[in-house]
Design a protein around this ligand. Structure first.
Ligand code: ZN
Length: 219
């Protein structure tokens, strides 16, 4: 069912391309943070597939789709482009140094309960000027991943993760757990490159939606 939905979703993108106007007056800088890397594999999938590799693939696809389908509508920077371990503080420093407009950290979940499933989003637990917009972005991402790809929404939660704490004062920032590698259905989904692309596209679409909505408030 999800694969069939992906085809429809990809077709809809072509339509979306034609209606997405040139409403952004200045470059929007988005920092995408593929979690883990190098000796830190993150969660392991049922067949040994690693979280660090899956999230890097999603990030690459976002860069690629933004360029190919949307003519580099936003400037996307990755905190890592290879299988290397970057410290959490350096990931946040990149967002700060670039004066990022959005920061999204990509991860996959794991649970001892094989039935646990869905997409979970975290925002920083402390109060910052970007608290509300981070939560708004988080719900938007869940809505997109649920509506377009069928992932269950597990809600937006609050945490004191270092990467969120150190980007919280810079821009809206969220950490997204893109499904459970311990769930055979979701793990099977993430094994497929076409599905990785669909997931990257869903995140990108919400990102554009978010930016358009945020921008239109100031028109
Ligand atoms: Zn992780």
């Amino acid at each position: 069912m999800k694969t069939a939905k992906n085809v429809i979703f990809l077709l809809l993108v072509l339509q979306f391309c034609s209606i997405f106007g040139q409403s952004l007056s200045e470059r929007t800088i988005v920092v995408i943070d593929p979690g883990h890397g190098g000796m830190d594999s993150g969660a392991l999938g049922i067949n040994g597939m690693k979280e660090k590799d899956i999230v890097l693939q999603v990030a690459y696809e976002m860069v690629n789709l933004n360029e190919v389908f949307f003519n580099d509508k936003v400037d996307i920077y990755l905190t890592r482009y290879r299988d290397t371990l970057v410290s959490l503080s350096d990931r946040a420093k990149l967002a700060k140094g670039l004066k990022a407009d959005l920061f999204i950290s990509l991860h996959c979940n794991r649970s001892i309960n094989p039935n646990a499933s869905g997409v979970e989003v975290y925002a920083y637990q402390g109060k910052t000027p970007f608290s509300n917009t981070s939560v708004w972005l988080g719900y938007g991402l869940q809505k997109e991943l649920n509506g377009k790809l069928g992932f269950k929404s597990r809600g937006v939660k609050f945490a004191d993760f270092q990467v969120l704490r150190e980007t919280a004062g810079v821009c809206p920032a969220v950490l997204v757990e893109l499904g459970f590698l311990s769930n055979s259905d979701e793990f099977g989904y993430l094994e497929d490159q076409g599905n990785i692309r669909a997931m990257a596209l869903a995140i990108l679409m919400e990102l554009y939606n978010y930016i358009n909505a945020a921008f239109s408030k100031y028109l």
